[in-house]
Ligand binder design. Structure first.
Ligand SMILES: Nc1ccn([C@@H]2O[C@H](COP(=O)(O)OP(=O)(O)OP(=O)(O)O)[C@@H](O)[C@H]2O)c(=O)n1
Ligand SMILES: C[C@](O)(CO)[C@H](O)COP(=O)(O)O
Length: 376
């Protein structure tokens, strides 16, 4: 099935005002229409995008052709613009007709229409009316209206290309939307889930509402880590990148830096990207005796690649010996340097387990860590 998207953008936006029609006005760093198009350009089911424009807007629209978008000139009303656009998608099976003035449409709303289209003549998102409804003469309530069964119509509205073209050809007079045109020839239209965010910019105040929806939301994530290494032969332990003299070493495939491993796992955990063993398998000989800063650098780099900053790390070593206090400052500075954040965002502290359990018996060192990551 080939799917076309028809974006109607030939209106004048008289209710919204402004020096140029609303779809060409700026919104969160780009034009309204650029947000609208972004919702469809990356969609795997979409094969073709046609934008219907007003002849006066050609200069503003021309750059869209470099994105592979076809430009078509619109008509005197929305229905006429849709008809002109449909002429350009006759080689496609289905079409989603969408207002350029609805820049906040989500993938979920689009997919709801596409999925319902497989089993219906047409499908369109609707939002059940939740407010009480009045009839009025402007200043006075003159009556009430039952809201039961009433929906606010949204776009995209999806149809088979042949059937909606035939419906438009037969239609005469004004039409609020393409569902009205389709129903006039008896097509059955499914109502799919609309969204309050999928607003149509109609008045100047709607720009601020759309901006609130489109503004990137801060993403804050927390991850935890836990690791244990047993004591074995040696004369020092590596803890959080610092060499600490000790009558025993720690046993491990790498340098067994239990602190560094735990902090690394906390960062992977916050990213939901597995754990250290998944990225650096202990069965792989290349990590034998490796300095553990490799692991932490990888986790911190992955966080950066995914757009996150490590906000802070809190690491607790659990052991009877060695004494951590005298080295905690160096450990903080070392971890902070590897992660690439200020040392005052890294905490290294220690506790004993009151001689209880394996750490209490001096059989090894355990460590707990928490990392908080922020995508601004
Ligand atoms: N002749 C027209 C009229 C409207 N539209 C498009 O249809 C969508 C919904 O219409 P509406 O919000 O009413 O837009 P305008 O007609 O531009 O607004 P106004 O009535 O305030 O002038 C908009 O994306 C608009 O650009 C169109 O392509 N061709
Ligand atoms: C098609 C539409 O977006 C459905 O809600 C709407 O009817 C078009 O805008 P208008 O403000 O009704 O002209």
């Amino acid at each position: 099935m080939t799917l076309a998207v028809l974006i109607v953008a030939a209106g004048r936006g008289t209710r919204a005002g402004g020096a140029t029609a609303k779809q060409w006005q700026p919104l969160c760093g780009r034009r309204v229409i650029d947000h609208t198009l972004a919702a469809f350009t990356g969609h795997p089911a979409v094969n073709r995008i046609v934008v219907v424009i007003h002849p006066d807007d050609r200069a503003q629209a021309i750059s869209l052709e470099t994105l592979g978008i076809t430009l078509v000139t619109g008509g005197a009303d929305r229905a006429a613009s849709v008809r002109n656009g449909l002429a350009a998608v006759q080689d496609c099976d289905s079409v989603l007709i969408h207002d350029a003035a609805r820049p906040c449409v989500s993938r979920a709303v689009i997919d709801g229409v596409i999925n319902a289209l497989a089993h219906n003549d047409g499908a369109a998102p609707g939002l059940a009316v939740s407010d009480a409804l009045w009839l009025g003469d402007g200043a006075q309530v003159t009556g009430t209206q039952d809201r039961e069964g009433l929906f606010a119509a949204q776009t995209p509205q999806g149809f088979g290309v042949a059937s909606i073209t035939a419906a438009h050809d037969r239609y005469d007079g004004p039409a609020a939307d393409d569902v009205a045109v389709a129903r006039a020839v008896g097509m059955r239209i499914a109502i799919t889930a609309g969204s309050a965010d999928n607003l149509k910019i109609t008045t100047a105040a709607d720009f601020a509402r759309a901006a609130r929806t489109l503004e990137p939301k801060m993403d804050i994530r927390t991850g935890n880590g836990f690791d244990v290494h047993a004591f074995g032969p040696g004369d020092h332990v590596m803890l959080c990148g610092v060499k600490v003299p000790h009558p025993q070493g720690l046993v491990g495939h790498s340098d067994a830096d239990v602190g560094m491993h735990t902090v690394t796992d906390a960062i992977y955990g916050a990213l939901a990207k597995g754990d250290i063993g998944q990225h650096f398998p202990p069965t792989d000989p290349q990590w034998k005796g490796a300095a553990s800063d490799i692991f932490l650098r990888h986790a911190a780099g992955l966080a950066r690649d995914m757009g996150f900053e490590v906000s802070n790390v809190d690491c607790t070593l659990i052991c009877e010996t060695p004494k951590i206090g005298p080295h905690a400052g160096d450990m903080q500075a070392t971890l902070a340097d590897i992660i690439g954040i200020d040392p005052d965002r890294v905490s290294v502290k220690a506790t004993t387990s009151e001689r209880l359990g394996f750490t209490g018996r001096g059989e090894g060192i355990a460590c707990l860590a928490t990392a908080t990551l922020v995508k601004p």
